[in-house]
Structure formats: structure tokens, C-alpha cells
Write a protein that binds this ligand. Structure first.
Ligand SMILES: Cc1ncc(C[n+]2csc(CCOP(=O)(O)OP(=O)(O)O)c2C)c(N)n1
Length: 277
């Protein structure tokens, strides 16, 4: 897909993410909207992944370590034919395929996640197995900057560089907000994530996480002697003025008026019922 088409796709996925959030009711909207461009570039440009060939060994693997922010990923998997778009209207409902956090029985999901801090460790296991089989598939893990305050991540980062896992890329969605406050106010531990990743032996780049062209450039499958990290500077709630950088929209419930206002800002016409569930 070329850059222009990726831009259009990201816009569509952002709108579908909002629509899914409306139908869901209380949903993790902010940290889903911040991931839209990252996921769009991965799924429509970088990764070798398709619904038809999902079980093949040489598929690339994507792990959403920040499992709460699943709405944009769900929208992409629907768009790519892993399940019907109708499923996006039933997230979190009893007996539905899609739950609030990803689970492994959902087509396209590699790891059940939501308990933060585990995705990089899981990715290391996958990357090591592929490496030992001389398989060329690549592992991408998306973690939150709040999530990087979990100590397990740092043990994992040290191990990945010790093992020289060049088939592993960690992307940090650095939106500067945690669940109920700024990253710094929760735990002043993220001062230059870039410096810290580098100190742990990772090839690390910083990027504007909403700039499709820049993401295309840094998210290639690396081939150095070290694992790769991308610190993607993003905006929580990106694309909707009243959600941007607003910690209240970490998890929130939109009313119809708010959804239509978001649609106006995004130049998208939502066709939805009066009340979400
Ligand atoms: C082990 C664990 N501790 C706490 C939580 C509760 N929790 C859910 S989301 C979140 C904030 C995470 O911040 P960040 O990774 O920056 O997410 P984003 O802002 O991108 O949504 C927390 C603390 C959890 N899911 N798992």
C-alpha cells in the first residue's frame, strides 16, 4: 500500500475505532486512538500477515502488550477479514468473540494480554524459537509508556539483547499518559526511554507516532546484530479534540452527541443507534 492509501486507511480505522467504542459503552478509547497509525503501517505495509495464511510458520507476529488498547487492532483485524465487521458492534458482550482485552481464541490474536508488562517477555520466547528454526518471520510488540513502568520489561530487554534477537522489534506508544495521571506523576521512571533502551543494548529510534511516512521508515524489519526499539511519540485520544491528551478518556463512554461531534471533526458520517449498550 502506498503512503496516500495508508493515510486513508488510518483515517478509516480511526473512525471504525470510535464506532466500536460507541457500541461497546465504557471502552479504552484514548490509548486505542494513539495506536492507529502505528498499527496501520504494520498491518498494511510492513508485516507479512493475512487471514488466509494466519497459521503459517513464516507469518510475522504482532503482540499487543498494552492489551486494554485493543479497539484499533480489532478494527484492523475485521477490515483484514479475520472476522466480520459486525463483531465490532458486540465487543464485551456476553458470549461475543471480541472481549475488552485480546484473548488467543480471537482470529489474528497471538497472545492473551491485558495484565501489563508481559508482552515483551512473550515476544522474546517467540523470537528465540523462530531464530532457532532459522525462520525469517519477525516479531513486533507494542507496549505502552505507562506499561514500561513494570519492572519485568527491563529484565526482558536485557535478555533480548544478550540473546541478540534481531528478529524482535518493540514499539512504545509514548502518549505520556497512564491510567489516571501523567507518566511522570505516576512514577518518574521514563526519562528518556530512548537512552534507557540503548543502555540495555537495543538499536533505538524516536519517531512521531502519527507520521505515516516516518513510521514506514523506522518500522522495517531490522537486520543489525541487536534487537530494535521504536519510541513512537503519540497523542492519547488522537484525532478527536475533546479526547486528545485528556486522561479522562483513558476509558470512557461516549454519548451519541459526542460521537457525532467526533464524526464532524473527522469528516465521517457515523450511522449508529440512539444509545450504546
Ligand atoms: C499488571 C497491571 N497493572 C495495572 C493494570 C491497570 N492498567 C490498565 S491500563 C493502565 C495504564 C497503562 O498506561 P499505558 O501503558 O501508558 O497505556 P495507554 O496510556 O497507552 O493507554 C493500567 C495501570 C493492568 N492492566 N495490569
Amino acid at each position: 500500500m502506498n503512503t496516500e492509501n495508508l493515510l486513508e486507511k488510518a483515517h478509516f480505522i480511526r473512525c471504525k475505532t470510535l464506532e466500536a467504542a460507541y457500541y461497546t459503552g465504557a471502552a479504552h478509547i484514548g490509548g486505542s486512538l494513539s495506536t492507529v497509525e502505528i498499527l496501520t503501517v504494520l498491518y498494511y505495509k510492513i508485516m507479512n500477515i493475512s487471514a488466509a495464511d494466519f497459521k503459517t510458520n513464516d507469518r510475522d507476529r504482532f503482540i499487543l502488550s498494552k492489551g486494554h488498547g485493543a479497539l484499533a487492532l480489532y478494527a484492523i483485524l475485521a477490515d483484514k477479514g479475520f472476522y466480520s465487521e459486525e463483531e465490532l458492534h458486540h465487543i464485551k458482550q456476553f458470549g461475543s468473540l471480541l472481549q475488552g482485552h485480546p484473548v488467543k481464541n480471537i482470529p489474528g490474536i497471538e497472545m492473551s494480554s491485558g495484565s501489563l508488562g508481559q508482552g515483551i517477555s512473550f515476544g522474546i520466547g517467540k523470537a528465540l524459537a523462530l531464530h532457532r528454526r532459522s525462520d525469517s518471520a519477525h516479531i513486533f510488540v507494542l507496549a505502552g509508556d505507562g506499561e514500561m513502568q513494570e519492572g519485568q520489561n527491563w529484565e526482558a530487554l536485557a535478555l533480548a539483547s544478550k540473546l541478540g534477537l534481531t528478529n524482535l522489534t518493540v514499539i512504545v506508544d509514548a502518549n505520556k499518559l497512564q491510567l489516571d495521571n501523567t507518566i511522570e506523576n505516576v512514577l518518574n521512571s521514563n526519562i528518556s526511554l530512548t537512552d534507557k533502551f540503548r543502555a540495555f543494548g537495543w538499536v533505538t529510534e524516536e519517531v512521531d507516532g502519527h507520521d505515516i511516512t516516518a513510521l514506514e521508515r523506522v518500522l522495517c524489519k531490522k537486520n543489525s546484530s541487536k534487537p530494535s526499539a521504536v519510541i513512537a511519540h503519540t497523542i492519547k485520544g488522537k484525532g478527536v479534540s475533546f479526547m486528545e491528551n485528556a486522561v479522562a478518556w483513558h476509558s470512557g463512554k461516549m454519548n451519541k452527541e459526542q460521537l457525532l461531534l467526533a464524526g464532524k471533526e473527522l469528516n465521517y458520517s457515523f450511522k449508529v443507534p440512539e444509545e450504546s449498550v
